[in-house]
Each structure stands twice: as structure tokens, then as C-alpha cells.
Design a protein around this ligand. Structure first.
Ligand code: ZN
Length: 444
């Protein structure tokens, strides 16, 4: 066995309550046995007998859940405040940002997120480093940068195209079917597990409107077809307007990111198609309130925008933010009522605006505040998120045969969203059966 130095071949968690995360009743006072990185047995304590060579951990009354999965993060390593958002995230040396990204991923792990799906160049390489187990870190399901058209949501028009190509981390510019196919193949060559495409705008600057479609149906279809040609490749699609969501579902993408403009018909279509929604609710419902300078709090732009008379926020006040949040929450509730599969994704992107780990916990809370039961939110953050990242055959539930990515929690996590949202309640975190975090510190 390659990485067995610190890992006993067999570990028994004794006296635990096991939550499979599918919504069923927990198995109480059980023993969960981990062998060679996988869940080997879950049995009543009365049926357990000690075997030599087993490390036995006495964990009476504690709870075992699957490791949490954040299906939408950017391990990009940038740092920016509200008034230098575009500049801050790509101004520093790429190595500095790559090293920070290690820390970002590790912080997510310490908050109980044993798997993350990343959109950035860094994730493609971080996933290998963590897999080698030289450094502790979560499983990184890597998209690489998202496909964006020239001037699209993933481009950074404030800088020259050459500078963005050299220093950008979120977006890979590709225009037309041919460039898109090439870009998908290039990312897959670099080890992408999934492909991200920015279909609609995202309100980041005046000509990046949520309501605008940034790729044609043919360009989108080319991306989806090319990605799906490689078995197991998930396509995640940034789609904020109704039109963009409908196009994305029609094109056969696997997950819709944000998707805050659903109506009943479209929610039903999504549910029927099995398309997963990653609502990034904390961000979407609070973005305009928390991050955008509205009237009275306006900061000067970095340089005059090329589109001088198209200011998205001109004349807006706080009521705009409230209306926007309210409709985003209603759209999420419609999805929930319609049976759309919903996964947890925080869209944590850079500090200090979105602190790594904490922001994922806020997303978990937001799902409950907006209408999920705590059990539903746990299912979203584990079972459905494992599907969203294309890993449901390996992780996402506590079942015999699955990889032992597990949390041992001090309190019953189904009683309140506060339990899992507060990392200090997590006693132990196992990654592939290896005890990796104990009481918030790495056990390496
Ligand atoms: Zn994002």
C-alpha cells in the first residue's frame, strides 16, 4: 500500500450514531469500521468483536456523517476589498496566489468540507498535490478556469487581453465552436474533471448583465458535447436569467450555477431532466446588499468604463437589493417544491469578502433559512453534491464500500443547522480513512 505510513489498516469508531445522509433514521450506538481507506462495516455495538491490529476509538454518543462537499469554490488565492475587486484578485504574482490556494483548500477541509469542486487554474494542480498526501487537503474536483467569451463574465475587461491571459485564474477565453472545442480538450488534457461555462452575465460590471446571454446555443452545445465525449465529465453552467437557465437545461448541462430566475414551468423541466441546481444562495441573496456600492456609497471605478452610460446600479437604492434577494429566495423555494435536485455550493471566491470555510458554512445555514429542513440541507451538502461533482459512486453517503471521508461530530447534526455550520462541533475528520483533522488541527 502506497500511503500507509500514518494510517492503520483498520480503525473502529465505537459507540457512534451513524447518519447515512439519505434522510433515513440514524443507526444508533454502532461501530463503524474503516479498512484500507473505505467503510468496511457498520454494525450494532453488541455485534462487534475486537480484532488484533485494529485501532479502536471510543466515541460514545458522537455522530458520524459523510464529509461535506462544496460544489462551487474558486481556489484562486487573490485578495481584494470591495473597492479593488477586479484589481486585487489578479494583481499579485501567480505563485503567491497558488500558495494561498493551498491554505484556502485546507481551511475548507477544517470546516468539514472533504471535497470541493473548484473553478480556477490552481485546482487542476492542487488536486494532484493533495492526492499524493504530502500535504493535507480536500479532494479537489477540478474544472480549471471556466469558458468565457471575450468580454464575458469570466474575462476581466479592465485589463488588456494579454494581461488577463497571463494572470487570470477563473476564466479561459474561447469564442466560436472551434475555440470552445479546443479549450475543452485542453482543459481535459490538463486533468479537468468537469467543465465550467459562463453562459449568462453576472452583474460584475456595467456591461456584464445577468439578463444577457453571452454564448450562442451552438457554442454552448459544442462545449457540452465535447465535455460529455469524455465519460464522467460534468458540465457546470453559470446561468442567472430564465432564458440562460432554459438554454442550459436544453443543452444538457449537469449543474446550473446560481439559477435564481426560475418559474414553475422551468423548475418542472429541470426536475424532469434531473439537472442539479447549485443555488449559491448566500451569495446571490445577499450580493447586492453586501458587496455592491449602491447610491450614497459609490466608489470611483478603476478607470472609466468603456460603456459610460450603462451603469447597472445607477438610480438603485437599498430596496433594489431587497427585491432582488426576495425573488432569488422565492426561485430557490420553487425549485425545492418542484423536486429539483439541489446541491451546496458557496461560490467562495476571495478574501476578505468571502472567507474560506466560513462562507461554505453560511451557505449551509442559508439553505435552511430559505426553507430546507436541516436533514434536507445535509442531503444537499453530501448526497446531491456528490452527484453534482460526479463522485456519487465514491463519496457522499456513509455506506459500506464508500471511501471513508467522514466527520465525527459532537452533537446531533439534524437538530439545527448550527451544529454543522460551527466547525468547533467537529471532533474528527477522516479523508480516505485517514484521520486528518482533530479538534480543528491537522493530525499529520
Ligand atoms: Zn463562482
Amino acid at each position: 500500500m502506497l500511503y500507509s505510513i500514518h494510517r492503520p489498516e483498520r480503525t473502529a469508531l465505537i459507540g457512534v450514531n451513524v447518519l447515512d445522509a439519505r434522510g433515513g433514521d440514524p443507526v444508533r450506538d454502532a461501530v463503524l469500521v474503516i479498512e484500507d481507506g473505505r467503510i468496511a462495516e457498520i454494525l450494532a455495538r453488541t455485534h462487534y468483536t475486537t480484532r488484533p491490529g485494529t485501532e479502536e476509538l471510543q466515541l460514545q454518543g458522537m455522530w458520524v456523517t459523510p464529509g461535506l462537499i462544496d460544489a462551487h469554490v474558486h481556489l484562486a488565492g487573490g485578495r481584494a476589498g470591495i473597492d479593488d475587486q477586479e484589481l486585487g484578485v489578479i494583481a499579485e504574482n501567480r505563485t503567491v496566489r497558488a500558495i494561498r490556494a493551498v491554505c484556502e483548500a485546507q481551511t475548507l477541509l477544517k470546516h468539514g468540507f472533504t471535497t470541493v469542486r473548484d473553478v480556477s487554474w490552481n485546482g487542476l494542480y492542487l488536486k494532484r498535490v493533495f492526492f499524493e498526501q504530502k500535504l493535507p487537503g480536500p479532494k479537489v474536483i477540478a474544472c480549471g478556469p471556466g469558458l468565457t467569451r471575450t468580454g464575458g463574465h469570466g474575462d476581466l475587461f479592465q485589463f488588456t487581453p494579454d494581461y488577463v491571459r497571463e494572470n487570470g485564474v477563473f476564466g479561459l477565453v474561447a469564442d466560436g465552436e472551434q475555440e470552445i472545442v479546443k479549450a475543452v480538450r485542453y482543459l481535459l488534457r490538463e486533468g479537468a474533471d468537469a467543465i465550467k461555462i459562463f453562459l449568462s452575465g453576472g452583474d460584475n460590471w456595467p456591461h456584464d448583465r445577468n439578463g444577457d446571454i453571452q454564448y450562442s446555443a451552438r457554442e454552448l452545445a459544442a462545449a457540452v458535447e465535447e465535455a460529455h465525449r469524455q465519460t464522467g465529465t460534468i458540465v457546470m453552467c453559470h446561468a442567472e436569467s430564465r432564458e440562460a437557465i432554459a438554454m442550459a437545461v436544453e443543452a444538457g448541462v449537469d449543474t446550473i450555477e446560481h439559477g435564481e430566475d426560475l418559474d414553475a414551468d422551468l423548475a418542472k423541466t429541470m426536475a424532469d431532466a434531473g439537472t442539479i441546481l447549485v443555488p449559491t444562495l448566500q451569495l446571490i441573496a445577499n450580493w447586492h446588499r453586501d458587496f455592491m456600492p449602491l447610491d450614497g456609497d459609490r466608489r470611483p471605478p478603476l478607470r472609466p468604463d468603456a460603456f459610460l452610460y450603462r451603469d447597472l446600479y445607477q438610480g438603485r437604492d437599498a430596496s433594489f437589493a431587497d427585491d432582488y434577494s426576495g425573488s432569488a429566495v422565492r426561485s430557490f423555494q420553487l425549485a425545492l417544491e418542484s423536486g429539483v435536485k439541489i446541491a451546496l455550493g458557496s461560490d467562495t471566491v476571495y478574501e476578505p469578502l468571502t472567507p474560506f470555510g466560513e462562507y461554505s458554512a453560511l451557505e449551509f445555514r442559508a439553505l435552511v433559512e430559505a426553507g430546507m429542513t436541516v436533514r434536507q440541507a445535509i442531503t444537499a451538502a453530501t448526497v446531491v453534491s456528490s452527484e453534482a461533482v460526479g463522485m456519487s459512486h465514491v463519496i457522499g453517503t456513509v455506506e459500506v464500500g464508500k471511501q471513508a471521508d467522514l466527520l465525527v461530530v459532537r452533537a446531533d447534526p439534524t437538530t439545527s443547522a448550527d451544529v454543522l455550520a460551527d466547525a468547533s462541533n467537529i471532533h474528527l475528520i477522516f479523508c480516505d480513512g485517514r484521520l486528518t483533522v482533530k479538534d480543528g488541527k491537522f493530525e499529520w
